[in-house]
Design a protein around this ligand. Sequence first.
Ligand SMILES: [Zn+2]
Length: 330
Amino acid sequence: MKYSIGIDLGGTDIKAGLLAEDGTLSCRTVISTQVNEGARAIARRIAGVIKQVISVAGETDPPIVCSEQIIGIGLGSPGLIIAESGIVHFSPNFPGWCDIPLLDYVNGALKNRAWQAMDIPLYIDNDVNVMVLGELHHGAGVGFDNIVGLTIGTGVGGGVVIDKKVYHGNWNTAGELGHTIVKPDGRKCGCGNRGCLEAYAGARHIVERTQEQIVAGRKTCMNPEQLTPKKIADAASAGDELAREIFSETGRLVGVALTSIAHILNPQLAVIGGGISAAGEDLLFQHIRKEFNKRVMDIPGKMQIVPAKLGNDAGLVGAAMLAYNHKGKV
Ligand SMILES: [Zn+2]
């Protein structure tokens, strides 16, 4: 059996785990990221979790020996990642990071300690790209070759996988599906443009759209103070008309964006994850599909729209799959 190590680098925690080629995840470990300590310190912490996973794997029965069985280590990170050269160009979770050669730093930290892990190749990619890769191989996308993914949470991330490989585009920024324009003169998006999907479906924007309606006099059981997407979803499930409308409109706009994506790329599947997607079939997905089916042409309309399956494990599984992909094992 072959294995690879997946690392999910977040602003709060660094999660790691060992993925067997059959998709089983084990030897999980989590440490805090300590963003303020800087890139080299974070690289040492990443090297530390790699060591921990390898040492736990070595104690299993039979032991998993890294140099023979662990084919690689994959790292998923938010932000704009130059996968080929292992550079984090920019990451919202790491203020001040600009063109950080993270893979070199981690490799350096591994070699400094003369760990046997030092010969295992290391790979990096954007966290949503790896989530889509994880879903393709061990989640909702099993059996497909060409899929896209959206994570609807604080922001709206996107990833494109073509022929089972992450598509990076010419300048490594392909797959920004959250910035598909759904209303040309619409709400202002964090990217500086107007009318992006993220400016409607991102968590803060869902809350703001709801608050604006309440201020405008719409009747609701919701308190406009301390609103969260979860509270809006709960109100919607309890039958609050405004809350239901906010989610149906969100779904409609996701459906509009997916129509363009289907026309451009003809993927077989769109997999949708992230906190907002937990609103589920009744509040969200039926509205996405209804709008998509209304607008899309016949043939690209064959694209299926499904919820992500791997949940919190998607980042780890996907990061670990980077190693298999580079080794040409899948
Ligand atoms: Zn945008």
